[in-house]
Design a protein. Structure first.
Length: 348
């Protein structure tokens, strides 16, 4: 949707319509001159018409874009389409993820809070056994491995890997030893409100909170059958990139609105966004359970979006575009692809 290309096409259409009558008139004028021949009239007409074709404009623009691509390549940027340089320059809304973009993708566990004493094994042994069974490689899993280790103390009978849709992973070690680790809202469900205050306090400090819970019933089709019992809250800290504040300030100075789209708790994301200087970072909302119409309405009113699912990212980008914005989207995972393809300018 290059505006330059649209302008070129418009100019070329005008030239095409204009050249025919001008060419005929010029040919007649040349042919009626004294001592004129058909050959000389044709040559003079063609020479005049060729000069009217705006090929220099296209050459100059292509040269400028080529120089831009060379300059970006010196910064280790691969440009896939020449005219995306223009789109990049026109961007007025930039959608970022938190993890790996504002933060450097490295997480560290500060500590954990034991919420229940009624379990047979130490928490360290439970999570260490879960790490060994799950064998996950995302940033959160790596932080859990670094803190708790990967000792296969318990033998797993069923493993449910992490999914961005359900926001938790789970391992069964027997009939009663069914453990879930993930986002408290999705793991605890109906009993979340009981712990919402303490979780909110940690989130206000910019900490990610995940929980360890136990269910007395085995899993069914990858789902928790009964409300699990909370065992522990695990507090994780994201490391903010050193250059993040200057980068956000650059966008602010150039009139680019920054929005943060994340799968994490919106309060946590809001606090991290505030630390790096994103304007209106306090305007945050969770998209969990929201309808498509509500998400479209929220797209322009809020800055930070939490608990976002992959299809909701695409919907947010579409809503912003429909409001006349030129949207750039950054993504680092397969679940970002629908939103990247929808955005005006995609940065992978």
């Amino acid at each position: 949707n290059s505006q330059i290309m649209e302008s070129f096409n418009f100019i070329i259409k005008i030239c095409t319509f204009v050249l025919f009558p001008i060419g005929i008139a010029f040919f007649i004028r040349q042919f009626t001159l004294p001592d004129a021949t058909l050959q000389s009239a044709v040559i003079s007409t063609v020479a005049s018409l060729v000069g009217m074709i705006p090929k220099g404009m296209i050459l100059l623009t292509s040269s400028v874009l080529a120089v831009s691509i060379i300059r970006l390549s010196s910064k280790k940027v691969l440009v896939q389409e020449m005219y995306c340089i223009e789109t990049l320059a026109r961007v007025d809304v930039l959608c970022l993820d938190k993890t790996g973009t504002i933060t450097n993708g490295k997480m560290s566990i500060i500590r954990y809070e034991e919420m229940s004493k009624n379990h047979s094994l130490p928490i360290e042994d439970i999570i260490s056994s879960m790490n060994a069974a799950l064998q996950e490689t995302n940033a959160t899993a790596q932080a859990l491995v670094n803190y708790f280790g990967t000792k296969a103390i318990l033998k797993p009978t069923e493993v449910i890997p992490f999914s961005s849709e359900r926001k938790y992973s789970a391992v069964s070690f027997g009939s009663n030893d069914n453990y879930i680790i993930g986002a408290p809202e999705f793991v605890l469900k109906g009993s979340f409100e009981k712990y919402a205050s303490i979780i909110g306090d940690y989130a206000n400090q910019g900490l990610r909170v995940i929980c360890l819970a136990q269910s007395s019933l085995p899993f069914k089709d990858g789902k928790i059958q009964r409300l699990p019992r909370l065992i522990a809250l695990i507090l994780i800290e994201d490391q903010i990139r050193e250059e993040a504040y200057d980068t956000i300030q650059y966008f602010k100075d150039n009139g680019v609105e920054v929005k943060v789209i994340s799968g994490d708790n919106p309060v946590t994301v809001s606090e991290v966004a505030r630390r790096v200087g994103i304007e209106n970072a306090d305007k945050c909302i969770s998209l969990d359970g929201m309808s498509d119409d509500e998400i479209i309405e929220a797209a322009t009113k809020f800055t930070v979006f939490g608990r976002v699912k992959p299809e909701q990212k695409k919907l947010l980008v579409t809503a912003l575009k429909n409001n006349g914005k030129t949207v750039a989207m950054t993504g680092d995972g397969v679940n970002d692809i629908p939103a990247l393809k929808t955005a005006d300018c995609s940065i992978a």
